[in-house]
Design a protein around this ligand. Structure first.
Ligand code: URA
Length: 217
């Protein structure tokens, strides 16, 4: 078990709302079916989106209520891009899009080269005009932090206005690695678990998120 660097910990937003914690516990249970795991992930992702969007810019528009004209505030959802790290990140998309339906979606696919252990990109598709957009990268597990950090490096080349990272679960290793690579990228998570095992799984964790979302094991 390793310690979390104090500056890295300060960069983490722990979403400890009781509804989030309750649903996460149900997801962790090994007997949760694929169907209920996916359903819970959807609900949890939409709840977590509220926290990630807390500081989203608002703009004024003129509207008419049934009684009078007023200036009211709206978000420009189109300026937000949710970027899914394939494949497990896709499990978060429906939930976050249910609360920001106008947001755009990008996908990034990375695999680890067994010889060099470096993340290699095999897919990258983003909306246009990324320099005008705020990015929320989504992946259920921030474990070693290798693919997350590689994805963020690749996205920084698009010069977006800002980048945040949203996951369900992380661990000290993931938090430290992400902070070391990208101290300017805040991490939003529902839990910080104890540690990584030698296979790169978070303990106690919830197992392989991709397999549990897609029923592939
Ligand atoms: N990816 C997963 O799906 N689970 C873990 O515990 C770590 C990485």
């Amino acid at each position: 078990m390793i310690d979390i660097n104090a500056a890295a910990r300060a960069n983490v937003h722990l979403i400890d709302h009781p509804l989030v914690q309750h649903k996460l516990t149900l997801m962790r249970k090994k007997e949760s079916s694929t169907n209920s795991f996916r359903h819970l992930l959807n609900e949890l992702s939409s709840l977590m989106a509220y926290e990630v969007c807390r500081d989203m810019a608002l703009q004024d528009i003129e509207i008419e209520t049934p009684l009078e004209r007023m200036t009211a505030k709206v978000i420009d959802g189109k300026k937000l891009v949710f970027v899914s790290i394939l494949r497990a990140g896709n499990g978060i998309l429906d939930g976050v899009l249910s609360v920001v339906p106008g947001a755009r979606v990008g996908h990034i696919g990375l695999y680890r080269d067994p010889a060099t252990l470096q993340a290699v990109e095999y897919y990258f598709k983003m909306p246009k005009n990324m320099e005008e957009r705020d990015i929320v990268v989504v992946d259920p597990m921030l474990a070693t932090g290798n693919s997350a950090a590689a994805a963020v490096s690749r996205l920084k080349a698009c010069q977006p206005k800002s980048i945040k990272f949203l996951c369900l679960l992380t661990c000290p290793e993931g938090i430290n690695a992400m902070y070391q690579a990208h101290p300017d990228v805040p991490v939003y998570t529902a839990a910080i678990d104890r540690e990584l095992n030698s296979h790169g799984y978070i303990l106690p964790g919830l197992g392989d998120a991709g397999d549990r979302i897609f029923g592939t094991q």
